[in-house]
Design a protein around this ligand. Structure first.
Ligand code: ZN
Length: 279
């Protein structure tokens, strides 16, 4: 599932290709994945490409917004060729490297040529045309509001395991399974610890670790792990999977103490940790 660094990467990579282009048509191949009156976007220029939490927001000139949420398996590809787009790499969850593919749900075409292909195997993602950007309730990890004090105020009132609390998008937006696991490892906190048991010193370390991991993820252009759908708009992979600390490293050695990394489940999602380093 794309997390903050992955959506940020999509935003940065798309911007030079689509900024200033005019939406000429939107093809909806799966009505479940589109909300809004598509014709309201026609003839409108793209004036900005932003990210709010995990939502990609394409701002149009007359106060309309095309918002995309990738959920579990969404992808956003860009090609200069709107009719038959050929990519260098095989696109995960499709049969090859040609768009539109079996998983393509929405195609956004431009007057100047080119198109965006929104793919989503599992159909939980969406594209919404709205009058306001879809901004999530929680505080964005990269915003100035995400301070040690804010993190403390969120954690001190809940007995949820810290791993689960970090992924509560209504409180903190942008952290998913990858960055929650690796931030907890970096700050030596066990994923099962009750959130309200953390002392301020640990919360400071955790806050620093979250920012460090999220920034590394952006620098690496996101994570395309073993079972991840995430790819860049040109179909290439991110690089952060090469630098995972504990995520998807079950039974491999801890980078600090050489103990075997363990895996447990929290709310149906895997938690990876070092049983010796993380307390
Ligand atoms: Zn260790």
């Amino acid at each position: 599932m794309p997390e903050l660094p992955e959506v940020e990467t999509i935003k940065r990579e798309l911007r030079p290709h689509i900024l200033g282009k005019t939406v000429s048509a939107i093809e909806i191949l799966s009505p479940k994945n589109f909300v809004g009156k598509k014709k309201e976007a026609y003839g409108q220029k793209i004036v900005d490409v932003e990210r709010y939490g995990k939502v990609l927001v394409i701002a149009l000139e007359k106060g309309k917004y095309l918002n995309a949420h990738f959920k579990l398996s969404g992808q956003m590809l860009y090609s200069k060729n709107a009719k038959r787009a050929i990519f260098k790499n095989k696109i995960p969850f499709t049969k090859g490297n040609v768009m539109p593919a079996n998983t393509t749900r929405i195609i956004i075409k431009f007057k100047e040529g080119g198109a965006l292909f929104f793919n989503d195997l599992r159909k939980f993602g969406w594209v919404k045309l709205t009058d306001k950007p879809e901004s999530p309730k929680g505080v964005d990890v990269l915003s100035s509001k995400f301070t040690v004090n804010y993190l403390f105020s969120v954690l001190r009132i809940t007995r949820k395991p810290i791993k689960v609390a970090l992924m509560d998008q209504d409180k903190i937006t942008g952290i998913g399974n990858i960055y929650a696991n690796d931030s907890l490892y970096l700050s030596k906190i066990h994923p099962q610890r009750l959130s309200n048991s953390l002392i301020i010193d640990e919360i400071e370390k955790l806050h620093k670790a979250i920012l460090a991991e999220i920034k590394k993820g952006i620098k690496d252009k996101g994570s395309s792990g073993a079972d991840e759908a995430f790819i860049l708009p040109d179909g290439s992979k991110g690089n952060h999977q090469r630098r995972f600390l504990v995520y998807q490293r079950e039974k491999q050695l801890c980078l600090r103490c050489q103990s075997a990394i363990k895996r447990i489940k929290h709310n149906g999602r895997s938690s990876f940790f070092c049983p010796k380093c993380q307390k």
